[in-house]
Design a protein around this ligand. Sequence first.
Ligand code: E4P
Length: 217
Amino acid sequence: MKFFVDTADIDAIRELHELGMVDGVTTNPSLIMKSGRDIKEVTAEICALVPGPVSAETVALDADGMIAEGRELAKIAENIAIKVPLTWAGLQACKVLSGEGRMVNVTLCFSANQALLAAKAGATFISPFVGRLDDINIDGMDLIAEIRQIYDNYDFSTEILVASIRSANHMKEAALLGADVATAPPNVIKAMASHVLTDKGLDAFMADWAKTGQTIL
Ligand code: E4P
């Protein structure tokens, strides 16, 4: 499973990238707002740092506007994936932009039918939002399983990019279900390294080591 990092925070991306944990990046208007940076400037910096797909989201609500914005965002770098929302206009924009050979990430997906439409419109990535479904007491991972089955049934090449990930457990479940990509905030990727028994075991080893009075260096 590829790891995308869901942030526009350059320092956080750099830290994970140096460890080989970043196969791509996703941003959205809220993350750009949070960064306090200009969208083109920060996206260009991210694209220069990470060779994988970097999603930059359009904000127009009509297809022509999304297409124009998508083409503008794609000028930033070769590795831009244009993000459009899963609306009828977004599907129209996806069809045109993917037909031009551009990567398109169709976002704000909450149903298997929406994912089916995105695949037929030529999406490179479909972004189902698991955390926001969990928030309304619908198991987001059930949606990932449904999309996986539908895409496999018909050999769609659209990659399932699990989004709105809130926990390390979401990462594990996405991988178990065969998601192609998971995008997560940096703190969630870091949390995957934590286990209470690792901490407990390390404490015990350190206590015993101190009793030996030895040093290694
Ligand atoms: C994905 O592309 C989105 O940017 C993101 O995962 C949304 O996550 P949220 O529901 O935590 O805002």
